[in-house]
Write a protein that binds this ligand. Structure first.
Ligand SMILES: NC(=O)C1=CN([C@@H]2O[C@H](COP(=O)(O)OP(=O)(O)OC[C@H]3O[C@@H](n4cnc5c(N)ncnc54)[C@H](O)[C@@H]3O)[C@@H](O)[C@H]2O)C=CC1
Ligand SMILES: CC(=O)N[C@@H]1[C@@H](OP(=O)(O)OP(=O)(O)OC[C@H]2O[C@@H](n3ccc(=O)[nH]c3=O)[C@H](O)[C@@H]2O)O[C@H](C(=O)O)[C@@H](O)[C@@H]1O
Length: 398
């Protein structure tokens, strides 16, 4: 199907780990959708029915079925001029000082603003500091489209997918949506009801933004709690996992300890609120969020010490001990390195002068080398640490 043939009324801007499954699920509801992504290669793959995210369960069949047919991808915003609804889900990272970096989002909104028409609907899905949609986004879209406030609909709906389970999450998980005004909320709700079955309208875009950030903060704080309880159990000689299993019930969910919190999301979202409070010089109002961030990021120091203690049990000079880290992605099964604490741990050990290698089932030798490490088979190492299982496996010397 040629671009000119598609009469898509919905455009999804940003066809990444979050946007691509969403566009595919929309197409699978029989709705023509135009994907806009500046990554030419990704658009080409989608249009030929090739899935660019192989680890995404269930996505491949949707891309084969709809890619290049009712779901066409283009790198040109101009091609979306005839669409009337735009869903935007491009990344929002934090900079070195943990302040939100809107540079990617601003570029996407500037491009969208040039084609935005009176009566169009824009729904943001990127996780934002609360107040962003009704503030920065609305201002930018008005400026670059020349439209006045109220001449287009504007809403926010947080994405709750989880890479690896996106399709099922989109089909089953509750999704919230809220407008920058009542009409926008209703317009967005009417649109999303066509492809999201478990949908809840909330009173505003800011409430919808806060819901998402709350979830992320809940997770980061509870992971910090799990890490702290794990360390205490270790010192008390108590099996944390046995205790956790019996401690968990409907009123108590102890998360899992780890080398820390990685990914695009959980390590980023608390900073949205911390920085907001710091701007107001209300530092005391975000102590728990801030402390949790520090505790989670410091877990690599804890695990580096544990690894050094294990090395002391090996009858070899420290500098000759080959240490294998069995995974450097931010979580098991996902080829994503953003803020990966497993990669940070490997780098910390290397900076301490240890002989560190990597064995990651998701990565080939070149991909490991691109991150500065040599690959090794676990059985060739003297000490193997699995950051996902948090255990030490027997290497050749053990
Ligand atoms: N990945 C996830 O599990 C979840 C992500 N989110 C939110 O979604 C945001 C995006 O996440 P991902 O999809 O994982 O990122 P990603 O990096 O996988 O994909 C982003 C896509 O946007 C495209 N892009 C960048 N600038 C663009 C522009 N100006 N115009 C058009 N396309 C552009 C990129 O080429 C890329 O394909 C995150 O920052 C987060 O706020 C929310 C929940 C889950
Ligand atoms: C509240 C929640 O479950 N959020 C999910 C999360 O997905 P994400 O891909 O970041 O995976 P994640 O399981 O939260 O892992 C993030 C990091 O936290 C670590 N982690 C996770 C759970 C846990 O008990 N202990 C722990 O240490 C992981 O190892 C990883 O390094 O963030 C996504 C997001 O908001 O982008 C969100 O859509 C997902 O549903």
């Amino acid at each position: 199907m040629e671009l000119s043939d598609i009469k898509a009324k919905i455009a999804v801007v940003g066809l990444g780990n979050a946007g691509l499954p969403l566009a595919a699920v929309i197409a699978d509801r029989g709705i023509a959708v135009l994907g806009v992504d500046i990554n030419d290669e990704r658009c080409r793959l989608i249009n030929q029915g090739t899935n660019p995210i192989p680890e995404e369960e269930g996505l491949e069949e949707l891309i084969i079925r709809h890619g290049g047919k009712s779901f066409i991808a283009t790198p040109r915003f101009e091609d979306a001029r005839d669409c009337s609804s735009f869903i935007v889900i491009v990344p929002l990272f934090v900079d070195q000082s943990n302040n939100p970096d809107f540079s990617i989002m601003d570029k996407a909104l500037l491009s969208l603003g040039r084609i935005l028409k009176k009566g169009d609907l824009v729904v943001l899905e990127t996780t934002f500091p609360p107040g962003t949609t009704s503030g920065r986004v609305k201002k930018l879209l008005c400026e670059c489209s020349g439209l006045g406030e109220g001449e287009f609909f504007l809403a926010y709906s947080p994405e709750r997918i989880m890479t690896g389970y996106s399709i099922s999450r989109l089909r089953e998980f509750p999704k919230v949506i809220g407008g920058t005004d009542e009409e926008s909320g209703l317009a967005a709700y009417q649109l999303y009801r066509q492809f999201i079955s478990n949908l809840h309208l909330v009173s505003s875009a800011s409430v919808a933004e806060m819901i998402k950030v709350m979830e992320g903060c809940y997770r980061d704080v509870n992971i910090a709690l799990a890490n702290e309880l794990y360390k205490i159990c270790q010192d008390l000689g108590i099996d944390f996992f046995e205790a956790r299993e019996k401690a968990c019930h409907q009123f108590c969910h102890i998360h899992l300890p780890s080398t820390g919190v990685g990914g695009h999301c959980i390590p980023v979202y608390p900073w949205f609120l911390i920085k907001e409070m710091e701007k107001r010089e209300m530092f005391d109002k975000c102590r728990l969020l801030h402390t949790s961030r520090i505790l989670n990021d410091e877990m690599i120091q804890y695990w580096a010490e544990r690894i050094l203690l294990e090395c002391m049990k090996i009858n070899k000079p420290l500098c000759e001990i080959k240490i294998c880290i069995k995974g450097i992605t931010f979580r098991a099964g996902v080829r994503e390195f953003y803020h990966s604490r497993n990669l940070a741990l490997a780098r910390l050990l290397y900076d301490k002068g240890l002989d560190v290698y990597v064995a990651d089932p998701l990565l080939n030798n070149d991909e490991v080398a691109a991150r500065g490490f040599e690959s090794i088979k676990p059985e060739e190492a003297d000490l193997v640490f699995d950051p996902f299982q948090l255990n030490f496996e027997s290497g050749k010397a053990l």
